[in-house]
Write a protein that binds this ligand. Structure first.
Ligand code: ADP
Ligand code: ADP
Length: 225
């Protein structure tokens, strides 16, 4: 089966059709990007995948399971927030552990999983630092560790690099793709940044006014703008 299958998904706010009958599939291990300008409906679609927003109609399947009506915490899905969403007063280790503490995971297991996640992003030497003592790229890797520690089947990314300076953005994108590929994590990202989509995505869709207009590999989409 398709790893993610979005069927006739629609979201209406009052008079506004934010997402209109979207059909999409994402394969396992793929980094899929939804590209579109502000107001096209991409965040609404992402929030429906996360479960932060109810759907007006349609269905979302993940690994064969209908997750459309599940609460966010019941979904094997995790949203990676931008690095500025790290808790500034907490160490790297505490930031990464936070979600597991909330879930009531046992202390030993938390420690093990936190260090495993920090190793994956090569940040274990920085475990005792606070976010402001790290570079932007390092903070972004901590944000990724905070998501990976939950072992989601699907990782959601919302404009993942927009908090970073242009100079370090590209390297961080490439680094992130390398880590995600290595781990075989399936990703669904939304961005308005064409370069970000081109650099990171294995497949991408272009959205305008709540609808998917084009879909394919970056080369295919780029060839027919
Ligand atoms: P994007 O993420 O592409 O900028 P959004 O998904 O945020 O777009 O918004 C799509 C459309 O839905 C916009 O017209 C926006 O104004 C509208 N919208 C988004 N969220 C809400 C909301 N909570 N209530 C009413 N309208 C909303
Ligand atoms: P706009 O839609 O005008 O670009 P928003 O404030 O709606 O700006 O934010 C855009 C996206 O960034 C939202 O979809 C939201 O999920 C995300 N976002 C906003 N604030 C935060 C935050 N503090 N941490 C992480 N993500 C955030």
């Amino acid at each position: 089966h398709d790893f993610v299958r979005i069927v006739d998904l629609t979201k209406i706010y009052g008079e506004t059709v934010a997402v209109q009958s979207v059909n999409l599939t994402v394969q396992r291990n793929e980094i899929f990007a939804l590209l579109g300008s502000s107001g096209c409906g991409k965040s609404t679609l992402l929030r429906m995948l996360a479960g932060f927003e109810t759907v007006t109609s349609g269905q979302i399947f993940l690994d064969g399971e209908d997750i459309t009506s599940l609460a966010p915490y019941e979904r094997p899905v995790n949203m990676m927030f931008q690095s500025y969403a790290l808790f500034p007063h907490m160490t790297v280790e505490a930031n990464v552990a936070f979600g597991l503490r909330q879930e009531g995971v046992a202390r030993n297991e938390i420690h093990e999983r936190v260090y495993e996640a920090l190793e994956l992003v090569q940040m274990s030497p920085y475990a005792r630092r606070k976010p402001h003592q790290l570079s932007g790229g390092q903070q972004q890797r901590v944000a990724l560790a905070r998501s990976l520690v939950k072992r989601p089947k699907l990782l959601l990314l919302d404009e993942p690099m927009s908090a970073l300076d242009k100079q370090i953005r590209h390297n961080t994108q490439i680094e992130l793709v390398r880590i995600l590929d290595q781990l075989g994590v399936t990703c669904f990202m939304v961005t308005h940044d064409q370069e970000e989509a081109m650099t990171m995505a294995s497949r991408l869709a272009v959205m305008t006014e709540g609808q998917i207009r084009q879909i394919g590999s970056p080369q295919e989409v780029y060839a027919f703008p």
